[in-house]
Design a protein. Structure first.
Length: 154
């Protein structure tokens, strides 16, 4: 007999600078991939839309005010980990000034850096592996993926 899965959702930010490098945050003190780089991501709260979560969290964590009309959901992923089942939404921001970003929660994020996604291997030890896979899919205009921890073989 199978058990009913408990689903979680998260919103991820895909931001490219003028050189097409992607913004990553270095996680810390969270128990999940501490000291790894991840594209900014947040859990969607109960009765909150993807876009509302994104706008709220950008303000809370990076002190950025966003206009909903400047946001596009570019990818959805069904991600199965050993702990949880997620539906992840990847959002791109149009018309944004990167100089406005600051780390509001230094207890969770130790650094913000831009990386050329094409120079990162899916197995690079500094990055969360599925972020790299999904960003590469987005660059190929793939709008949906299924990611499983079982697919991760070093």
């Amino acid at each position: 007999m199978s058990r009913w899965p408990e689903f979680y959702s998260a919103a991820y930010w895909i931001f490219k600078d003028k050189d097409w490098k992607i913004l990553f945050m270095q996680r810390q003190w969270s128990w999940f991939y501490d000291w790894f780089y991840q594209i900014p991501a947040w859990h969607i709260e109960w009765e909150e839309s993807v876009i509302d979560c994104f706008v709220r969290e950008m303000k809370e964590e990076l002190d950025v005010d966003l206009i909903k009309e400047n946001l596009d959901v570019v990818h959805t992923s069904h991600r199965i980990s050993i702990w949880r089942v997620y539906f992840d939404f990847y959002v791109e921001v149009k018309d944004f000034d990167i100089t406005k970003i600051k780390i509001n929660e230094p207890n969770k994020c130790s650094a913000i850096n831009f990386f050329d996604i094409n120079s990162i291997s899916n197995y690079d030890e500094k990055f969360i592996w599925y972020d790299i896979e999904i960003i590469k899919m987005i660059e190929k205009w793939v709008t949906f993926s299924e990611i499983s921890i079982k697919n991760y073989n070093k």
